[in-house]
Design a protein around this ligand. Structure first.
Ligand SMILES: Nc1nc2c(c(=O)[nH]1)N[C@H]1C(S)=C(S)[C@@H](COP(=O)(O)O)O[C@H]1N2
Ligand SMILES: [Mo]
Length: 315
């Protein structure tokens, strides 16, 4: 059989197939625990304030199948409209004080609570997950986040059976967020998901990246991430998480519902009204790679959507 040398623009097989996910999942189930591998960097200090993050084991159940994006790219190419509408907000965002910081978890719960992020970092079961991030703008990164499952946080407040949705609200700090002066935007930045999606094991509360406390530009000190959805679903710098029976209407949905819907699951076959979603630019490389259904996480999440084919699941 002739050896075929892939051209530069061709995609290695390993990046196309979700097989590695299936494999790791089986392996993880086989040994009973998903937490293996070496600890990442030890306690690290952010600039200025004494924020620390204990070492967290990498959970290899969620292998990304791609190289991790450089820390420099992930911390300097950002979407965070509260600080400005371009990608270069990281320096401006450093003005946001990240400590002390509290997040309320309230609404349709038995025991509403306000958590200090430093307390969450000390008490929650921290792990590192290397997740893909697919922006609706057709670029992507691979980022090692440190955090804990949203389900563990919600268990602390005991959601009522009547709660159907989770609503995430970002801080509004006019003194340090110049973007808020753009008064035509529907601040605060709101996002949401169903209670079933919130309970999925992939739904992750993020308090660190690259083994360090989460920087302001990435949504420090605490943000959300659901890697099978477009990145805009991941609310940054959260101050409130509410359980509700009303479907939250998000920031972007308010601006343009036809382009940014509630579900926003990644699907290469459903184009954005203004561009294709078939492939994505991998930040830090010259590559475009095919986009995968559910961003490659279908084994974990596809079952959430059975019976919902009448919903606009993909945009
Ligand atoms: N509060 C808030 N959260 C936000 C955004 C934003 O503008 N404001 N942008 C979203 C978008 S479009 C993306 S792609 C991701 C980017 O996260 P990152 O900068 O950490 O890569 O954050 C999401 N969360
Ligand atoms: Mo995005």
């Amino acid at each position: 059989m002739p050896i075929r040398i892939p051209r530069g623009w061709e995609i290695p097989e390993s990046q196309v197939t979700p097989e590695h996910l299936v494999f790791n999942r089986r392996k993880a189930l086989g040994v009973g625990a998903g937490l293996v591998g070496a600890a990442v960097a030890g306690p690290a200090l952010a600039q200025g304030a004494a924020r620390a993050l204990p070492p967290a084991m990498r959970n290899t159940r969620f292998a990304p199948g791609r190289d991790i994006t450089s820390e420099r790219d992930a911390t300097t190419y950002n979407n965070f409209y509260e600080f400005g509408a371009d990608k270069g907000i990281s320096r401006t965002a450093q003005r946001m004080p990240l400590t002390p910081w509290t997040v309320k978890v309230e609404g349709m719960v038995e025991t509403p609570r306000e958590f200090g992020v430093e307390d969450l970092i000390r008490t929650m079961p921290l792990e590192e997950r290397v997740y893909r991030l697919r922006c609706v703008e057709a670029w992507s990164m691979v980022i090692p986040w440190t955090g804990f499952p949203l389900s563990v946080l919600l268990a602390q407040v005991k959601p009522l059976a009547s709660a159907k949705y989770v609503r995430f609200e970002t801080a509004t700090l006019p003194a340090v967020m110049p973007g808020l002066r753009q008064a035509w935007y529907p601040w605060p930045y709101i996002e949401g998901c169903t209670i079933e999606e919130a309970g999925n094991e992939l739904s992750f509360m993020v308090v660190g990246a690259y083994g360090k406390p989460l920087g302001a530009q990435n949504g420090g000190p605490i943000r959300f991430h659901q890697p099978w959805k477009y990145g805009f679903k991941a609310g940054k710098s959260l101050v409130k998480i509410s359980l509700t029976d009303q479907r939250p209407v998000s920031f972007w949905e308010t601006i343009q519902a036809s382009e940014y819907g509630f579900w926003a699951n990644v699907n290469p076959e459903v184009a954005h009204p203004r561009w294709s979603q078939a492939n994505e630019r991998v930040i830090g490389t010259n590559q475009r790679v095919p986009t995968q259904l559910f961003n490659g996480y279908g084994d974990f999440v596809a079952s959430l959507y059975t019976g919902l084919q009448n919903e606009r699941l993909w945009a």
